[in-house]
Design a protein around this ligand. Sequence first.
Ligand code: FAD
Length: 567
Amino acid sequence: PKVLVVVAVSGCGLLAYAEANPERKLVSSAPVLTSAEVDNKKKKVVVLGTGWAGTSFLRNLKNPDYEVHVISPRNYFAFTPLLPSVTCGTVEARSIVEPIRNIARKKTVDVQFSEAACLKIDAVNQKIYCRSNVENNLNGQEEFVVDYDYLIVAVGANVNTFNTPGVVENCHFLKEVEDAQKIRRTVIDCFERASLPAVSDEEKKRILHFAIVGGGPTGVEFAAALHDFVNEDLVKLYPRVKDLVKITLLEAGDHILNMFDKRITAFAEEKFQRDGINVKTGSMVVKVTEKEIFTKELKNGGEVSTIPYGMALWSTGVGTRPFIKDFMSQVGQANRRVLATDEWLRVEGCDKVYAIGDCATINQRKVMEDIAAIFRKADKDNSGTLTVEEYKAVINDICERYPQVQVYLKSKQMKNMVDLLKETPDVSKGSAELNIEDFKTALSNVDSQMKNLPATGQVAAQQGVYLAKCFNRMEDCEKNPEGPLRFRGEGRHRFRPFRYKHLGQFAPLGGEQTAAQLPGDWVSIGHSSQWLWYSVYTSKQVSWRNRALVVTDWVRRFIWGRDSSRI
Ligand code: FAD
């Protein structure tokens, strides 16, 4: 029998401890639940994580021949795109979470859930070591070992602080529901503290200075949400300090939202300027203390300046969890930044383990080799050159087969790729021919620019669906190995590789205006996109209960405004 194991990780204290101590010796007397003991007919699938990837896998798994064990320190799924709305009370935390047991109970598949964090993966013996969540009744003391036939690692990523001193101690993060609730309380705290009679004007100004580090979608959306909260609700409640509030967005690059179309970036920067949100680009944070942020002004020859602040949010991208790093060194990936999988989402060097979502990436090197092979195939006369028509067909083929490139084609970065390819000697000379060596050089330039699939819920959810479909048909394919599903002659796998379908992305900018970048490079900005945003995010909720709660919260906010009680 086969067992599928899914592991999920939360941002709880235990996890932080476990992650800080990946080498900690785990109790050898911990009970081992063998799959044979549970059911010797079914294969055991262990799923680590109840985020976008793990939950979407679970929701789409239909084959009752598996016994599934989901392990995660958080016993719910959270709809992360609405976390910025939770920070300001536009939406309540409970409206965007769904208990994982509620999802599991509706399944025909045998699903068990354990609220615990995985501390170590032993890929050789097909076991994972876990510890119960520190916040539950077991007080974090209970350790156990689970064996698996298949392991699905969907543990997401942690915050990347780039080892900047003082960030962990002094900044807020926005990854988990608890983070959003903490931010909401801190914002209110700042207004209450600034309203105390004994506080000097200088200190009031500092307390009411909200600094956001990172001009990506999360930082921008939080800045916009906070601006709305302050201007629509808090100014009425705190009239004495309303003129002292300042919101600053710090970004090391030249522009905010630089992964979006230039039109969106320009609109966002202009709108923030109009709204009085101070956007400082070329500003790299080098240190954070309790009351000050130190930045290196890249446009000013690296001059260091200090910014007094009351609350700071750190939102600069994602990093790898320590126990995943430990696993990477076990499977010969110690020198990689992120866990690499093949295009079938199997961890390279580890057949029974799959990795999906933010914790993994499809290996680019292999993709590049395959792309070169596409070129060679197109070069029918073996001349080492392609005509422009053949060249176009190659680019189309590449975009069709490789989601990473496809994402780039749909965004402004693909234009960089096309530019780079155009810069290759033959093409720039207008000779209408492209030499394979030039093509490869151009591709390697592209490779250094071409990042992995974006770390988004959209990618994670599609990977979960893809993998569940593979598992639904796995038995069938084993019985009929030569069946029509074989994609490649070399027999690397029985299924077609994962393909990402980009459905577009939103950047809410406040004041009931949203920027939407939709497939086909279609850009829409303004109030109509805000309504599109409302309808897409309502439909994407995982249950009717969530839909009803979220819509009710929006209506409540329209009628009575946001609640500013500090609870
Ligand atoms: P996660 O959703 O982070 O889930 C990881 C799971 O692993 C969690 O359940 C966690 O508890 C569990 N886990 C952690 N450690 C362990 C462990 N040791 N053992 C077991 N389990 C563990 N994406 C979009 O597409 N659109 C958006 O609009 C969007 N907005 C966002 C807004 C914010 C504020 C944030 C923070 C993210 C947003 N994203 C958005 C990105 C999206 O949330 C992530 O890409 C997505 O959550 C990744 O899914 P995942 O399943 O890989 O990881």
